[in-house]
Design a protein around this ligand. Sequence first.
Ligand code: ASP
Length: 474
Amino acid sequence: MARFTIIDTAKHVGEKIKVSGWADTVRAHGKILFIDLRDRSGFLQLVFIPSNKEVYEIAKEIRSEWVIEVQGQIVKRPENMVNPNMETGTVEMVVDSIIVLAKSETLPFSIEESGYEISEEVRMKYRYLDLRRQRLKNNLISRHNIIKFIRNFLDQESFIEIETPNLTKSTPEGARDYIVPSRMQPGNFYALPQSPQQYKQLLMVAGIEKYFQIARCFRDEDPRGDRQPEFTQLDMEMSFVQMQDVMDVTERLLISIVKNLFLEKKIQEVPFPKITYKEAIEKYGTDRPDTRKDKNDKNTLAFCWVVDFPFFEKKDEGGWTFTHNPFSASKPEFFKDILDKKNIGDILTTQYDIVLNGWEIGGGSIRNHTPEALEKVFEIMGYKTADIKEKFGHILTAFSFGAPPHGGIAWGLDRFITLMLNEANIREVIAFPKTGDGRDIMMQAPNLVSKKQLKELSISITKKSISKKVTNKK
Ligand code: ASP
């Protein structure tokens, strides 16, 4: 007999069917036993009557979270037993055969409530149980739906989804890199990408014209509520575009997501208002302004663009560094200053950040697509010619073979989904996030590796104190 999904059972009154899942709650009413069976789609009330002795005896043993398979007839519940809070609340199954597929220990915490009240350490240690709770399961389903919508939308707009490597070379994006030792090139290291920035630009040189990727990015930063050591971007890049073109696609996609998937939400202002960096700082004291008129309404979405950022800022130790992205072009009126390396503090970049309710959910820019201009940016940042060649020779060479003008954007997808789902922390929308201090408590990562592995990699650990932090030595 084929397995039915619980949500569909109400359509099969009178039929004998098979369902399976977890025993959510088990209770007795006099001699009659009730089990609410749960699968991904919902709950179904199972009824066990003593006259079916064999099945009844098995059912009596069943405890919460055991996995069972049952067959029986779907019947209408009596009028006064209908449960309007349950999607299958008009029906129940009178069970006439049962198989126990797996038993379960008592769970370390209840999965009936939202879970906010439980300590993060415990939730993360048993994340697979935490994910059984309705709220988190729904968050994962919504995340899937948003990403599916994005893929379809961009496909319709002729974007191509292309994967770029995770084992790559260190590239400046303002954070510390995670590095991976190479066994075959002893003493050499890959860096995990802080973003696919250079690869997507190289794809423009390759003639792809419209690229996107749901890309994993890695930044060794101190985690906060809206940051994780690894996180997901919707990364995009387009050729033959100007700022407004990239902003338009982004805006249309965001509006479509809201209109199709979040009908209860209202966008405060369309087209999204543009605020200059200077105005944002003067008026709101931040470059991520929360422009909501009514901050109590959880369904208001106040998107805004922040533009006209300074390209460079002074480093504490002297000299200049970029504020956002070294691969950006300046606004056209500053091209000459870049080439002349003049008035550096006044140069504005083409950077555009998209902000939602006070969170930066994305950012991008038009790029420097001529090798001359890009080289000047690195010179302004104090790189010597030999360093530029060593670190960025590949991209400068690529740009010498006819690079189209191009630009793009990346969204912090975890942050965006967090806001759309009215969550306060990105960990609530990531299946297996790291804790605040960057650990995966369930897998116990990071961890020690064997002496043999270290030897193969020509690595020796010098700081003995490091190992003390790790709890499960191998
Ligand atoms: N690579 C940039 C970032 O990760 C986004 C972009 O400029 O497209 O912030």
